[in-house]
Ligand binder design. Sequence first.
Ligand code: ATP
Length: 137
Amino acid sequence: SERTLVLVKPDGVERGLIGEVISRIERKGLRLVALEMRHVDRKLAEQHYAEHDGKPFFESLLEFITSGPVVAAVVEGPKAVAAFRQIAGGTDPVEKADAGSLRGDYGLEVQYNLVHGSDSPESAERELKLWFPDLQA
Ligand code: ATP
């Protein structure tokens, strides 16, 4: 079994899609291990998105992710990382996400793509330490 970090980003919270995200995670058969509403400060945002430092959208991404509350969840199950990426759909809600995925069904713009899911088991481990340092393995 594997764990992944899921975020409902500020646009997803604002639009009332927390329940929809959680519902799809549960219906897939994944388990919620932790679930919390959080305001992201600048420091956590920079650490979370460190790999994008220097990209043209970096500053705007930090502003967006710190603009309102997010829901952070630890999600567990076989192939949890890939399973949630499938639920989320590709990064660009129109160009990449399939219909039937969260982003494909609810998103329009790449920055406002509703959710985050760790992109590999290694990223998941790094992100889970960052977001949930006290959680037992
Ligand atoms: P996430 O890491 O949030 O699950 P992802 O792994 O699908 O998304 P990344 O390429 O890691 O996508 O980009 C991280 C986030 O940065 C995206 O989810 C999106 O919100 C934002 N982003 C990516 N590309 C762009 C862009 N060209 N313009 C604006 N924002 C972008």
